[in-house]
Design a protein around this ligand. Structure first.
Ligand SMILES: [Zn+2]
Length: 265
């Protein structure tokens, strides 16, 4: 090899070695290193592209394997390593639910809300049959008491949808590529009540588009609603319970919009 080629390839070889070292490094839970950030961005972009290609109605039930197949070897291995982290090590103390798709899912057609700030579209959702029927009876009862209704902002989510949600939050400014911070907002695949086929959770939104988790909203915006007060007083009659009250010991922030189905008697 000529000296000239040696001058070019030697630095490239060492840069490659450093990149490989950073790629293999165990992810720092406080912040990923720059190679891992690059991969995360690339994964996020490819998954967004994939979701844009499939019908919107299928977003909530997208298969994990379908998303994984869109990635190259390095992206794939990296995202698998992220989801191999024990959520308890990130401060998340909730149980594991399921990676199996339930057989009793009902499709809920898209809804268009007329909010004070304009139209708010809710794409199609899915829900296990039993929890959806109880939800319907519950909101009918709320309507006769308050003249107001709640809608499903998020129902059943497949492990694929959960994985996308985690990466989507990881790249957000508030979390800044911190697995610790992200785990406070989004559960890892299989660890969300939205992944359960039995004690499934439903995230609620009111007819004015207030959920407490929309862009620019805070949990308190949902907490002050008469609908929320009604839920606190009545939801248990319909088998729905608040999972993450203030100061919960599950390591999750206060989520007044998130109610799970549970048969207690
Ligand atoms: Zn939720």
């Amino acid at each position: 090899m000529s000296n000239k080629l040696l001058y070019i390839f030697t630095p490239l070889f060492f840069i490659g070695l450093i990149m490989l070292f950073l790629y293999c490094e165990k992810p720092d839970y406080n912040r990923l290193n720059f190679v891992q950030i690059y991969l995360t961005d690339s994964i996020y972009e490819k998954w967004n592209d994939h979701l844009a290609e499939i019908p919107k109605d299928e977003w909530q039930i997208v298969e994990y394997s379908e998303l994984i197949n869109k990635l190259n070897y390095f992206e794939r291995r990296f995202v698998e390593r992220v989801f191999e982290v024990n959520p308890a090590d990130l401060g998340f103390m909730g149980p594991f639910y399921s990676l199996e798709k339930p057989e009793n899912l009902i499709k809920i057609e898209p809804v268009s809300l007329n909010t004070p700030t304009g139209k708010h579209e809710l794409p199609a959702k899915y829900c296990p049959e039993h929890s959806y029927y109880d939800f319907e009876v519950m909101v009918d009862s709320m309507f006769s008491d308050l003249g107001r209704r709640l809608y499903i902002n998020s129902g059943y989510r497949s492990p694929g949808r959960q994985a996308y949600g985690f990466i989507d939050d990881l790249v957000m400014e508030r979390n800044d590529y911190s697995l610790y911070k992200t785990a406070k907002w989004v559960a890892m695949p299989g660890y969300s009540e939205h992944n359960s086929g039995i004690n499934n959770a439903i995230d609620l939104i009111n007819e004015d588009g207030i959920s407490g988790e929309e862009h620019g909203q805070r949990a308190e915006d949902f907490e002050v609603l008469p609908e929320y007060k009604w839920l606190i007083e009545n939801a248990s009659k319909f088998n729905f319970y608040l999972t993450y009250p203030r100061g919960n010991n599950l390591g999750v922030q206060f989520e007044p919009w998130h109610w799970h189905w549970e048969k207690k008697n």
